[in-house]
Design a protein around this ligand. Structure first.
Ligand code: DC
Length: 225
C-alpha cells in the first residue's frame, strides 16, 4: 500500500512548487493533475474545437492520449507523443483549461487516469479535486490557499521571469475569473475536503510551506504505523 498526499487549492497558491518540493524531500512521485487539463485544452485549441460545443469536446477526447514521464526527476506531459510541458503554461491555455475542466466527460477521463497512476505508489498529487474525488482516502489532505492579491503577485513574478509581459490587474482579473469558475462549476468544484488541513501560505516562503507539510506528513505517518 502506498502513502498518498493530496494537495488542493486555488490557482496560483503555489501548489505545484510545494508539491514538487515535498515529493523530492520524501522521494515520492509527484503528479501534477492540472497539466492534464491544460494538455486537453491545448489539444482542443490546436484543433480549433469550439469550447462552447460540449459534444465536439467529448468527441475530441477519443483522439487524446496523455502520458506522463519523468525526465531528470521532472514531470513531463506528452500529448499524443509530443512533449507539451512548456506550451501548456500560457495564459490562454490557463483560461481554456479552466473552461474544459468543467466538462464532466473530460473529468471522468482524467480522474480515471489519475487514479491508475497513483495506485500503490507513494505519491504527492496536486489539483482541485484530489482530496474530494480522485483520492478520497488519501493519507493526508492539504488545502493550500492565499489571498487573490498574494497569488496574483506571485504569478506576475513568474511570468515576468519568463519574459512574458502582464500587469498585476490583468493577473488578478484572470485569477478571480478562474476561481469563480473552478469553485462554482457543477462537476467536482474546487472545495476544501472536510478532513483537509488548511495552510494559508500568503506570508510564507515555499521552503516554509514545504517544512510545514513535512511536519504534517511525519505526524500522519507515525499515526499510520
Ligand atoms: O493547477 P493548474 O492551474 O495547472 O490547473 C489548470 C486548470 O485545470 C484549473 O483552472 C482547474 C483545472 N483543474 C481541475 O479542475 N482539477 C484538477 N485536479 C486540476 C486542475
Amino acid at each position: 500500500m502506498g502513502f498518498s498526499i493530496a494537495i488542493d487549492g486555488p490557482s496560483g497558491a503555489g501548489k505545484s512548487t510545494a508539491a514538487k518540493g515535498l515529493a523530492r524531500e520524501l522521494g515520492f512521485v509527484y503528479i501534477d493533475t492540472g497539466a492534464m487539463y491544460r494538455a486537453v485544452a491545448y489539444f482542443l485549441m490546436n484543433n480549433e474545437i469550439d469550447l462552447d460545443e460540449k459534444a465536439e469536446i467529448i468527441e475530441a477526447l477519443e483522439n487524446i492520449v496523455l502520458d506522463i514521464k519523468y525526465i531528470d526527476k521532472n514531470q513531463h506531459i506528452f500529448l499524443n507523443g509530443n512533449d507539451v510541458t512548456a506550451e501548456i503554461r500560457s495564459r490562454a491555455v490557463s483560461e481554456n483549461a479552466s473552461r474544459v475542466s468543467a466538462v464532466r466527460e473530460v473529468r471522468q477521463k482524467l480522474v480515471s487516469i489519475q487514479r491508475k497512476m497513483a495506485e500503490g505508489l507513494n505519491v504527492v498529487m496536486d489539483g482541485r479535486d484530489i482530496g474530494t474525488v480522485v483520492l478520497p482516502n488519501a493519507d493526508i489532505k492539504i488545502y493550500l490557499t492565499a489571498s487573490v492579491k498574494k497569488r496574483a503577485e506571485r504569478r506576475l513574478l513568474e511570468l515576468l521571469e519568463k519574459g512574458t509581459s502582464a500587469t498585476l490587474e490583468d493577473i488578478k482579473a484572470d485569477i478571480e475569473k478562474r476561481d469563480k469558475r473552478d469553485m462554482t462549476r457543477e462537476e467536482s468544484p474546487l472545495k476544501q475536503a472536510e478532513d483537509a488541513i488548511v495552510i494559508d501560505c500568503g506570508n510564507m516562503s515555499a521552503k516554509e510551506v514545504i517544512g510545514e507539510m513535512l511536519n504534517l506528513v511525519k505526524q500522519a505517518y507515525s499515526n499510520k504505523k
